[in-house]
Design a protein around this ligand. Structure first.
Ligand SMILES: Cc1ncc(COP(=O)(O)O)c(C=O)c1O
Length: 357
């Protein structure tokens, strides 16, 4: 009897930011763009309460969470789908809309899960060139063919930290054939202060071919609970729901999410913190002539000039107990990404910049 042969998929595995360094006790992890200040305190309280009932299955429709999202963002709750992280929503979209021979378009440097899920579902990934680490909408449009099914845009973009303006996104959407699904990933929207920026949800509330994804992993500080959501037309949501496991969201995650949404104080504290420290870090990076994005979100992509400098800096910071994110899997040469940490972490990061530059 022959064992079933596993399907062959030619994908590069996702490598998350490192969290351990051999020989270093309690290193500082600035490699995954997590919340600088921890978790929303209201969310933690709610999580604690919910843990008493973990012997019960969760609500498979996450009705209460959907109700809270719909109230907060003034959107229809039957146009929502909840995922185990926004990652899972991306996976549902690829499962629902892609088959062998289809194509997707992703910016040259973008969140790796778009290409991974697209490939798992048989699609060819077409990469649109960026301009100086910023998405170029004309290059995206040039990549569209009859086979294109999905265009993925994170705005602001990870790992480059740049963003498309409201105007640019509207033009892209207008010029895109309406048969193509535009996935706008709002993972970092809360951090952006620029006047010419609006999150995808705001711009595309009524669009027929747009799926917006959001996460609780960043500003709300709930990365480990795995909670995210998607918003689109009823028809798109109904297609995605076919792929949703019945109990993909745990009850403690759902209740923590509900409380986090209500924690306005927490959000504004985080935004203030990020704005203060990202400006400070930006100044220091400029002073040291390290090329990087503007302070837009909670991370910087640092680009170096000297040969192998990224590897040297990574090693030197690691030895000093600070973990940065290597950019090799993103194919960005001689670069590192750093997340804005808490005040102690930011001070140490700045001190190490002084030491090594
Ligand atoms: C652009 C972007 N989208 C989505 C995610 C994943 O979010 P989640 O934890 O909700 O799956 C990340 C995480 O780093 C991200 O950078």
């Amino acid at each position: 009897m022959k064992f079933p042969v596993a399907k062959k998929i030619n994908i590069q595995k996702y490598e998350g930011g490192l969290s351990k360094i051999f020989g270093i006790k309690n290193p500082i992890k600035l490699s995954s763009n997590e919340s600088a200040l921890g978790s929303s305190p209201l969310a933690v309280k709610s999580f604690d309460r919910a843990k008493k009932k973990i012997f019960k299955y969760p609500d498979s429709n996450s009705v209460l969470l959907k109700k809270e999202i719909s109230k907060k963002f003034k959107i229809n709750s039957d146009q929502l789908i909840i995922g185990s992280g926004s990652d899972e929503i991306i996976s549902f979209a690829c499962q629902a809309f892609l088959k062998q021979g289809d194509e997707v378009v992703v910016p040259e440097f973008s969140f790796l899960m778009y290409r991974i899920y697209a490939k798992i579902n048989g699609a060819k990934v077409v990469y649109a060139k960026e301009d100086n680490f910023k998405i170029n909408i004309n290059n995206i449009l040039k990549c569209i063919s009859k086979k294109t099914k999905i265009v993925f845009i994170a705005n602001p973009n990870n790992p480059t930290g740049t963003y498309l303006t409201t105007e640019e996104l509207k033009i892209l959407h207008k010029k895109l054939p309406s048969r193509v699904l535009l996935l706008i990933d709002d993972a970092y929207w809360e951090y952006v202060k620029a006047n010419d920026y609006e999150p995808g949800l705001q711009i595309f509330k009524n669009a027929k071919n747009v799926l917006v994804t959001r996460t609780f992993s960043k500003i709300y500080g709930l990365a480990s609970l795995r909670l995210g959501w998607g918003y689109a037309s009823k028809s798109i949501i109904s297609s995605l729901l076919n792929y949703k496991p019945p109990f993909n969201i745990t009850a403690p995650a759902e209740f923590a999410g509900i409380a986090a949404l209500k924690d306005a104080k927490w959000i504004s504290k985080n935004i203030k913190h990020n704005s203060y420290w990202s400006n400070k870090i930006f100044k220091k990076l400029n002073e040291k002539k390290i090329k990087c994005n503007m302070p837009t979100t909670n991370f910087f992509l640092m680009r170096f000039d000297k040969k192998n400098q990224a590897d040297d800096i990574f090693n030197n910071f690691a030895k000093s107990g600070v973990i940065l994110r290597k950019m090799k899997s993103y194919n960005i040469k001689n670069s590192l990404r750093v997340t804005v940490g808490n005040p102690r972490e930011c001070k140490l990061f700045i001190k190490l910049l002084e030491k090594f530059f």
